[in-house]
Design a protein around this ligand. Structure first.
Ligand SMILES: [Zn+2]
Length: 254
């Protein structure tokens, strides 16, 4: 199988290319591009969270414990939480990931189990979608796609490393087919994975950002629409559109 360095180097290159393309070709704001590039890079080691020990797992847990509370802070703020409570909630999330989640991973994961699978890739993307605190729907998709790209690069590399070209002949190692799969050998893991996929899918569909699906709301004046707490986005729209029309050179590309 491909080593940690191969995985992280590939996903980092892909992440940087992804962010750079979005920035140069699609006018995506720089902070969003940098975040997506970072997420894509880190996601290259996610599938190996299932290895019982080692660098990928230790680094991933530590990184997630530090970054997830930061990503959630924006969401907590929009939920109307006081700054003190945001700090407390961030600390609680850190402790949960660092100790509880790390223990669960150690106990229940088998290497090359369902962490190396298509549904796991989708779950990782949907978690990124949910962690994104931004009110613009496209940014949720943007981050989710970055994570899924990094994740998939890992699965593809693991499968390439399962090919053996020695002696001028192509042979398949025993690990071939264990990275890119829809289900594994353990029925319990399969059920758990698809149950988790259902939960993250339902949560993503119910995400507040999904309520702002109107393209005009997304591209014209997202900040104004989001400030209507009583659901009056509809009435705010014509006014937003008018403002945009009168300021053609003041486009908000977000
Ligand atoms: Zn792997």
């Amino acid at each position: 199988m491909a080593g940690f360095k191969t995985h992280i180097t590939t996903s980092t290159c892909l992440g940087v290319a992804y962010g750079a393309t979005a920035f140069t070709c699609y006018d995506v704001p720089l902070p969003a591009c940098v975040l997506a590039a970072g997420l894509g890079g880190v996601s290259g080691m996610l599938p190996d969270l299932d290895s019982a020990s080692g660098v990928p797992k230790r680094e991933s847990i530590a990184f997630a414990a530090a970054v997830v509370p930061l990503l959630l802070a924006e969401r907590f703020k929009r939920m109307g939480m006081e700054p003190e409570y945001i700090v407390l909630a961030g600390g609680a999330v850190y402790l949960f990931i660092r100790f509880v989640l790390a223990k669960i991973l150690t106990h229940f994961s088998v290497h090359r189990g369902m962490f190396h699978s298509f549904p796991a890739c989708l779950i990782a993307g949907e978690i990124a979608f949910l962690l994104c605190g931004h009110e613009n729907l496209w940014e949720h998709y943007f981050n989710a796609a970055a994570v899924m790209m990094g994740f998939m690069s890992h699965l593809v590399l693991d499968e390439i490393w399962a090919l053996d070209f020695s002696g001028g002949r192509l042979r398949f190692k025993s690990s071939w087919g264990t990275a890119m799969k829809f289900w594994g050998e353990s029925l319990g893991s399969n059920l758990l994975t698809y149950a988790l996929l259902a939960v993250t899918t339902l949560a993503s569909l119910g995400d507040p950002a999904m309520m702002h699906k109107n393209p005009a709301a997304d591209t014209a004046a997202p900040h104004q629409v989001a400030t209507q707490p009583d659901g009056t986005e509809q009435s705010a729209l014509p006014q937003d559109a008018e403002q945009v029309a009168t300021q053609p050179d003041n486009r908000d590309v977000r």
